[in-house]
Design a protein around this ligand. Structure first.
Ligand code: HMG
Ligand code: MG
Length: 298
């Protein structure tokens, strides 16, 4: 039985724009986020307070977060890797903090320059600081199906990382198929294992659509009771520190699937399509999203 309602967490402004070769001008970012704020979304991951040398595309994080027009019904979140990032994010009045690490050593090292066990104390400091400032904290676990450096990830390894993150006081963990290799049988095996330890409400799924399997994996997740999904308008996205990673599942494609099955999201599909066309105009190329192609009249 499918859920009646699903929450969409729009990560395009962060996961999408971190991976575009072109630096999107700060004003354009702010306009896009304001446009997203008018679509019925209640959660937007706005930017990232990682080291600007590592992700120059989001070096304007503070300005973007400070200048967007806020809607009080929306949670405006940002990615934070360490205490230095938390300080910057709090100063820019972030609503919710997202910490992140990988289930595999290879990607963790490449992405945040530490081993898995060295990462926990760094994130604990962020979580403690964020909670003390009255902010909720979400956690990402990357490479939950497979790692571009280490190969397949064992579900038990994801449980190991998740247990430690939840122990810190994180409210929700988003499971990332960072390089978009997963298929439904693998997602099912992962979720069966996770759901022995955690409740479906504590989990969100974060699918990249590199091989066109994201919506199939969404279906498998819905069948396992998952009701929160990350997606990016236009199908933007990817991790520069995971070779071959490409876009997140497109928000508009996900909305089409959910709405046609009678699952409510509260998000206006047409308005998301328009936002996808806006970013296509800015970057001067068409994105992979199917519903954006339809909006272009193709
Ligand atoms: P490091 O070089 O090991 O950092 O990088 P460090 O702690 O050794 O510090 C070195 C210098 O950087 C110091 O300055 C710090 O102050 C400064 P110095 O004293 O030498 O002058 N510094 C900072 N400055 C500004 N903001 C900060 C910050 N931190 C340190 N936050 C670090 C470690 C984690 C910072 C670096 O590796 C990094 O920024 N990595 C981010 C990589 C990234 O953003 N990847 C993409 C996001 S993850 C993703 O996309 C996956 C996801 O979508 C889920 C999925 O799909 O699976 C979430
Ligand atoms: Mg991602």
């Amino acid at each position: 039985q499918l859920p009646k309602r699903v929450q969409i967490k729009e990560v395009g402004p962060r996961d999408g724009l971190q991976n575009e070769i072109m630096f999107i001008p700060t004003d354009a970012k702010i306009k896009l986020i304001n446009q997203l704020s008018d679509t019925g979304l209640n959660y937007i991951e706005v930017t990232s307070f990682v080291h600007p040398k590592w992700i120059p595309q989001l070096a304007d994080a503070a300005e973007v977060l400070k200048e967007i027009k806020r809607n009080t019904d929306i949670t405006y979140a940002a990615l934070v890797p360490n205490s230095k990032g938390l300080e910057r994010a709090l100063d820019a009045h972030v609503d919710e903090v997202s910490v992140f690490m990988s289930a595999s050593e290879g990607h963790n090292k490449s992405n945040i320059n530490k081993s898995i066990d060295e990462t926990f104390p760094v994130l604990k400091e962020v979580v403690d600081g964020a909670l003390a400032a009255g902010k909720r904290v979400r956690g990402y676990i990357s490479t939950v199906i497979s790692c571009p450096y280490d190969g397949y990830t064992k579900p038990e390894q994801v449980v190991y990382v998740a247990e430690r993150l939840f122990d810190m006081g994180i409210t929700e963990i988003s499971l990332g198929d960072t390089i978009g290799v997963g298929v439904p049988t693998q997602v099912d095996a992962l979720l069966q294992e996770m759901l022995h330890h955690f409740k479906a409400e504590q989990l969100a799924m974060h699918f990249h659509d590199t091989r066109g399997t994201a919506l199939a994996n969404v279906m498998t997740s819905l069948a396992n009771g998952i009701t929160k999904f990350d997606s990016a308008f236009g199908g933007l996205g990817g991790c520069p520190y995971a070779k071959g990673a490409s876009g997140n599942v497109a928000t508009e494609d996900l909305l089409y699937l959910l709405h046609e099955m009678g699952i409510e999201t509260g998000v206006n599909l047409k308005k998301i399509q328009q936002t996808a066309l806006s970013i296509e105009r800015i970057i001067g190329k068409n994105l992979s999203s199917k519903l954006a192609a339809i909006a272009r009249g193709e």
